[in-house]
Design a protein around this ligand. Structure first.
Ligand SMILES: Cc1ncc(COP(=O)(O)O)c(C=O)c1O
Length: 417
């Protein structure tokens, strides 16, 4: 029998020409806004112009008192930890599976990231958080991985019972919500990336959200020395006398990035609605494909659909290795099917196995992680195949071709064994 699989010489299932997914959508309105910004100002040391407009837009969108933009999500996380008074030797519980920048800024504060096992969806498991709490624990950081909101009710309950600060990394989850409450608004502060592929993108950039005045002033001290710190921190505040130098770092967003993010923010809810529709379509169909498992969000939980994650189940396909399955998808022209790369269980990274080379004498040096420490997170990571989620109605045709590619490989898997 000759195979029709593209990997074995057949015709690809996906005939649409690429690229199949580009983000963020840039059109003439975006271009006009960026051009206008070029003429208006390309450096904004104070909270004015497009930076003020973006921050006000974010405050309105999330319903928070303060949004403070930064040069990146990593910088936002660093500032949020410092603002939350994380000190040398303090422990912060972080998800074992996330992008490393969720936790890595802690090394610079000489604080200790304590990795916590996740559930099969990759989100931190509140029951496991409790086991890791020690007298040195100060905070829990949550990532809403791939845009799926974490169990915030469970986490807030554990954190409150132990007097820990709740921090959120919302970098995958702009606009995601639980029972109408947006992620990024559940704790003391949250940090978001505005980097390239993120649901809300400025190309580069980030921001911190908080309702807490002191946290706001501390973020300014950390990330916005001189003009912003001088104008926004009240004169009678103990940090006011440090306003000129702040804590020594300048982590401002570029005004052109702010212009792009501001343009995109107005469209974010439209993107989310479109992604939700296409995600449901993909989920309904891919759930029927032997070899793939798809979980649907619980009632009231709205993901950002930064990615649609599928769990590969080799047992249903005669043990076909995931590498071969993925290779077959790519050969079918379904080139947006991806496996998680640098967003991996952190115990697999040298920084978390042996931080001493980069941070000599760091308190973390007694806590060395290794492969196998987090079986649930590692198993899920190793069996995840993901797709970006399109948002336009005309993308349904492309989605249909991707579904056809997955069905074809599942049907013909024996030929790949
Ligand atoms: C979960 C998560 N946190 C933090 C970051 C860091 O953001 P940035 O790249 O803007 O520094 C990323 C970005 O890739 C991320 O995926």
């Amino acid at each position: 029998m000759t195979s029709t699989l593209a990997l074995l010489g057949g015709k690809p299932a996906v005939t649409a020409t690429g690229p199949h997914f580009t983000w963020p959508p840039i059109d003439d309105t975006t271009r006009a806004k960026v051009t206008a910004q070029l003429d208006e100002a390309i450096s904004l040391p104070g909270r004015s112009g497009i930076v003020a407009e973006l921050e006000e837009g974010l405050q309105d969108y999330f319903g928070v008192r303060h949004a403070i933009t930064t040069s990146s999500g990593t910088a936002a996380l660093h500032a949020a930890y410092w603002a939350a008074r994380i000190r040398p030797g303090d422990e912060v519980i972080v998800p074992a599976w996330t992008f490393h920048a969720t936790a890595s800024p802690l090394f610079h504060l000489r604080a200790v990231p304590v990795l916590c096992e996740t559930g099969p969806d990759g989100n931190i498991d509140p029951a496991r958080v409790e086991e890791l709490i020690t007298p040195r624990t100060r905070a829990v950081m949550v990532t809403h991985l791939w845009g799926k909101p974490a169990d915030m009710a469970g986490l807030v309950a554990v954190a409150n019972a132990h007097d820990l600060a709740v921090l959120e990394d919302g970098s995958h989850a702009h606009g995601a919500s639980i029972a109408g409450q947006k992620v990024g608004t559940f704790g003391l502060a949250s940090a978001f990336s505005l980097n390239g592929p993120k649901p809300l993108s400025g190309g580069e950039g980030g921001f911190v959200l908080t309702d807490d005045e002191d946290t706001y002033h501390r973020v300014l001290t950390f990330a916005h020395y001189n003009k912003r710190a001088r104008t926004e921190i009240p004169e009678d505040h103990p940090l006011a006398r440090y306003a000129v130098t702040g804590a020594g770092l300048k982590l401002r967003i570029h005004p052109l990035a702010a212009a792009i993010a501001h343009d995109q923010l107005a469209r974010l809810d439209g993107y989310l609605a479109g992604r939700t529709e296409i995600a449901h379509h993909l989920t309904d169909r891919l759930a029927q494909v032997p070899g793939l498992k798809v979980t649907t969000p619980p009632e009231g939980v709205l993901p950002s659909w930064y990615a649609l994650t599928l769990t590969y189940t080799p047992d249903e396909l005669g043990g076909l290795p995931i590498e071969r399955f993925h290779q077959a998808l790519l050969a079918e022209g379904a080139t947006e099917f991806d496996r998680p790369g640098s967003t991996c269980p952190l115990n697999q990274l040298p920084l978390y196995q042996d931080p001493g080379m980069l941070f000599p004498g760091h308190p973390h040096s007694q806590r060395r992680y290794q492969h196998g420490d987090f079986p649930v997170a590692e198993h899920s990571h190793a069996h995840t195949v993901k797709l970006p989620v399109w948002h336009r109605e005309q993308d349904l045709e492309l989605a249909a071709q991707y579904i056809a590619a997955a069905i074809k490989i599942s049907d013909h898997h024996k030929e790949l064994l």
